[in-house]
Each structure stands twice: as structure tokens, then as C-alpha cells.
Design a protein around this ligand. Structure first.
Ligand SMILES: Cc1cc2nc3c(=O)[nH]c(=O)nc-3n(C[C@H](O)[C@H](O)[C@H](O)COP(=O)(O)OP(=O)(O)OC[C@H]3O[C@@H](n4cnc5c(N)ncnc54)[C@H](O)[C@@H]3O)c2cc1C
Length: 290
């Protein structure tokens, strides 16, 4: 941080990408700026991307589009986000941290810098979100949130590429969902975060997603376990079984805040609760969950 010489404030995406390209490798993107000191000690020029017109939440034919510099506060208070899939992303946004932090930090910056403890990652995983990345020359790449979180190639974003948009696909709009976590205080990173989505037309599970973070090195979901739920209904016993299965598949990361055995048990409990809550939502006729 002590090497920073300059802040640039481009007012278009082209200008921002052009600046990054010309000043590479010394330039870095800044979103909310709440994590740059930690991550980019060598950067000399910061390129602020909050004036590019990519702070928006906008419905489209494909689903709900969220611009990358949308703040966590705007995200968690937006009525369309609150309505989408039982408000899962808004609920996860409420778990991000204090109001001043959420007023500054952006969904894009959060996705790039908070791999282990972000409540948003499991929520976006179970919503099958699609991440848009823009490169110089207006080259656009869209990747699944799964690829985005798993592929180390995307960890270096902010040098010549900009995360520009997140799509919440329309197919997930009416899914039953749940977000569960446990933290010592509301402003401390949670010991474990769990998100679940279920699509249940005609009382049988047609699609299931279960994702965890906080407890593992990065947010992840469990395709094999999810597939076991297809065509089933949910019950307390089944939720307990699935919770234990998920816990058996994770390798909790070491952490001073809770012993490994406790984290594993906690994961099983939170998965069980999340499955039951998401299922309950799909049973409410007024919501028309499919
Ligand atoms: C008081 C405080 C408490 C915090 N508590 C927590 C916590 O509990 N858990 C936790 O995980 N983190 C925490 N953080 C870290 C930080 O708040 C988050 O990681 C934050 O959400 C980052 O978002 P930002 O928009 O501020 O990103 P920035 O700081 O602007 O950027 C972060 C990184 O992402 C890159 N970047 C940002 N936006 C884009 C984009 N659109 N495209 C490409 N690259 C981009 C930047 O180049 C930089 O490398 C805390 C920070 C503070 C100051």
C-alpha cells in the first residue's frame, strides 16, 4: 500500500480496461476498496471502477442482472433481490457484516477477495449464478459460479480483467431456499455457512443444490449428494441423513475459532435445517414455487 502513487477514476468500461492494460502490471481495480491493502501490496495505481455504470440490479429475459459494483447494502435491500428465490441473496447479504462495510464493499470485490468466509458464495452457488468477465477489446466471457470459484485462473482478476456482472438465472426465481450460518457475533466471519435451493414441482424434488463455505477452504457444492435427492420428498430423517453425508465429504479447514469435530457436526446440523426450511418454502401454495 505504501507504494500507491495514483488513483484513476475512469468513467467507462473501455477506459478502465484501457488504463489497466497500459499500466500493467502496476495497476489494480478498486471496487469498494475495503480489501485492497490486504491483497495488492505491490500495486502502484488503483483504478476505481465505481463510475463505470455497473452498479445496478435489473430484471431481464434471462433473470436478474446484478452489476459488479453494486454495494452489499443495495443488494440486500433491493425488493427484486428480496423477492427472487425466497430472498436468498438478500439474506446472505445481511450476513456479510456491519452497515458501514456493506455500504462500501461491492458484490464483485467480495466474490474476488473473500473465498472462504463469504456468505454470498454459497448463495450464488445454489442459485446457479453466471459470472461475466470483461477483457480489453470488449471481449466478454461468461462462466458458471462453480467454475469461477474453483478455477485459480479467476483469482487474479482486477489486473487486466474486470468482473462486470452477475446473472441470477430465471429458472431459479421460484426455488425454495434457505441460508443458515453460525458465528460468535454478527460481524465476525461465520464458522460455517450453508445455502440450499430446491425446485419442487408436483411435490417431488426436481433440482437440489447444497453449498457450504466458511468451514472449507472455498465455497463448494455437492453434485453427488444433490443427485440423490431427485424425485424424492423431504423429511426430518432424510434431512439428517443428507446433513451427515455432506459433513462426511468436507475436510474442515483448521481454524482457531472451533475444533474440527465441532465444525463437522455444525455443518451437518446447518444442512439439515437448510433443507427443511427450503422444503417448507416449496410447500407454501401462495409462493407458487416450482
Ligand atoms: C472492517 C472490515 C471488516 C471485514 N470483514 C470481513 C469478513 O468478515 N469476512 C471477509 O471475508 N472479508 C472481510 N473484509 C474484507 C472485505 O470487506 C471484503 O473482502 C470485501 O467485500 C471486498 O469488497 P470490495 O468491493 O471492497 O473490494 P476491493 O477492496 O475494492 O477489491 C478487492 C479485490 O478485488 C479486486 N476487484 C474488486 N472488484 C473487482 C471487479 N469488479 N473486477 C475485478 N477485480 C475486482 C480488487 O482488485 C482487489 O484485488 C473486511 C474488511 C474490512 C475493512
Amino acid at each position: 500500500m505504501h507504494q500507491v502513487r495514483e488513483f484513476r477514476y475512469p468513467d467507462s468500461l473501455d477506459q478502465a480496461l484501457d488504463t489497466l492494460e497500459k499500466l500493467s502490471p502496476l495497476a489494480r481495480v478498486v471496487g469498494g476498496g475495503t480489501s485492497i491493502t490486504r491483497r495488492d501490496p505491490d500495486a502502484e495505481v488503483f483504478v476505481d471502477i465505481t463510475r463505470l455504470g455497473i452498479s445496478y440490479i435489473s430484471p431481464s429475459r434471462e433473470g436478474l442482472l446484478v452489476g459488479a459494483t453494486t454495494t452489499i447494502s443495495d443488494l440486500r435491500n433491493d425488493r427484486r433481490v428480496i423477492k427472487f428465490a425466497g430472498g436468498l441473496l438478500a439474506r446472505a447479504g445481511k450476513a456479510v457484516g456491519t452497515v458501514p462495510l456493506c455500504n462500501a464493499s461491492t458484490i464483485g470485490g467480495r466474490l474476488i477477495s473473500s473465498r472462504r468466509h463469504s456468505p454470498l458464495s454459497p448463495a450464488l452457488l445454489v442459485l446457479d449464478a453466471v459470472i461475466q468477465i470483461t477483457r480489453p477489446g470488449a471481449e466478454v466471457e461468461c462462466v458458471s459460479i462453480d467454475d469461477f470459484l474453483a478455477n485459480p485462473r479467476f483469482r487474479g482478476l482486477g489486473r487486466s480483467e474486470i468482473l462486470t456482472e452477475i446473472l441470477l438465472p430465471r429458472a431459479m426465481e421460484k426455488a425454495g431456499t434457505s441460508y443458515q450460518d453460525l458465528a460468535r457475533t454478527r460481524t465476525e466471519p461465520a464458522w460455517c455457512q450453508v445455502a440450499v435451493s430446491l425446485k419442487v414441482p408436483r411435490n417431488k424434488i426436481k433440482s437440489a443444490r447444497i453449498a457450504v463455505s466458511g468451514v472449507t477452504a472455498r465455497a463448494a457444492h455437492f453434485p453427488d449428494i444433490e443427485a440423490m435427492l431427485l424425485g424424492e420428498t423431504m423429511s426430518e430423517d432424510r434431512a439428517v441423513q443428507i446433513g451427515s453425508l455432506v459433513a462426511s465429504q468436507i475436510q474442515p479447514a483448521r481454524d482457531y475459532r472451533a475444533p474440527l469435530a465441532y465444525r463437522s457436526k455444525l455443518t451437518a446440523t446447518l444442512v439439515k435445517r437448510a433443507l427443511l426450511e427450503a422444503w417448507e418454502q416449496t410447500q407454501e401454495p401462495r409462493k407458487g414455487v416450482n
